[in-house]
Design a protein around this ligand. Structure first.
Ligand SMILES: C[S@@+](CC[C@H](N)C(=O)[O-])C[C@H]1O[C@@H](n2cnc3c(N)ncnc32)[C@H](O)[C@@H]1O
Length: 266
């Protein structure tokens, strides 16, 4: 009996909205920041949980990891909706890419990395901690969960890196050429934070501080939105926000903070 058959999938079927290339920002970040874990793994198994109505973003993640990290990476797309598992079958390319039915329990798999994008946003905020705990309990030792949200086209995104001890970092990411102001990111926060963007909550302070730094960096717009973002991130750092990484990541339109210093949601 397969692992998938032994486990009752935990969760509920939700809307299957997805789009090609929608998750490129988080995928590129995973390639850049999680490569060591995958390279060190005896079995480089990755799960894409809740890939949606078509498996396009699972296919893309597998291709990005194979090209950018290691060619023998194995990606399993898990969906709680059996019809979506059946619909994905023609896209399978075993052993590197397969699809199965599964939920937060991860169908008995022990992956090094799980990407769960635009899955928890359709759940109640109170369900988030249990979902995190269930997923991280199923990881291989040292494994991580990348859980987040983005808009339809992937121009605005945010995600948490979570391990067995809970969230470690929060990343905000935007396509800079279409970004009006960083306040737009507030609509695409992870479920744990989206309802906390109100005065008095730390996530509200962060978004406001980033927006202020962006406004103060308006003169850099002459040199393009990338220079303006770099200036805003630098200003934010100078005012004491413990921003991680360096210009290589910031110039992608990203901002990552350690979770203990980042706004705490649930
Ligand atoms: C909005 S789609 C996201 C598709 C893709 N990840 C993306 O970001 O474009 C959410 C999908 O998650 C699935 N889903 C919801 N809860 C799940 C769970 N607990 N386990 C597996 N899949 C789940 C839904 O059936 C749906 O197809």
């Amino acid at each position: 009996m397969s692992g998938a058959a032994r486990h009752r999938p935990l969760g509920v079927v939700t809307r299957g909205t997805t789009n090609p290339n929608r998750l490129r920002r988080v995928d590129n970040w995973i390639v850049a920041t999680c490569a060591d874990r995958l390279l060190a793994a005896a079995d480089p198994l990755v799960v894409d949980l809740g890939y949606g109505a078509t498996p396009v973003t699972a296919v893309e993640l597998r291709a990005r990891l194979a090209a950018g990290v290691r060619p023998d990476v194995r990606l399993v797309g898990l969906e709680i909706d059996p019809a979506r598992v059946a619909a994905a079958a023609p896209a399978a390319d075993p052993p590197g890419l397969t699809f199965a039915r599964g939920g937060f329990e991860l169908a008995g798999l022990r992956p090094v990395l799980v990407r769960a994008f635009n899955v928890l946003r359709q759940y109640d905020e109170r369900e988030v901690p249990d979902a995190w705990r269930t997923m991280t309990a199923a990881l291989a030792p040292g494994g991580v969960l990348v859980e987040g949200t983005c808009d339809e086209l992937g121009r605005l995104a945010s995600w948490l890196l979570i391990d067995a001890d809970g969230p470690r970092t929060l990343t905000l990411a935007a396509k800079l050429t279409t970004l009006g102001s960083p306040a737009e990111l507030a609509e695409r926060l992870p479920k744990a934070l989206i309802h906390r963007n109100v005065p008095g909550e730390p996530i509200h302070e962060l978004i406001r501080a980033l927006d202020d730094a962006w406004q103060a960096s308006a003169p850099y717009a002459t040199f393009g939105p990338r220079q303006r973002w770099l200036s805003a991130v630098t200003r934010l750092r100078e005012t004491g926000w413990p921003i991680l990484g360096g210009p290589n990541r910031w110039r992608q339109g990203e901002l990552t903070l350690p979770w203990p210093a980042a706004p705490r949601g649930v």
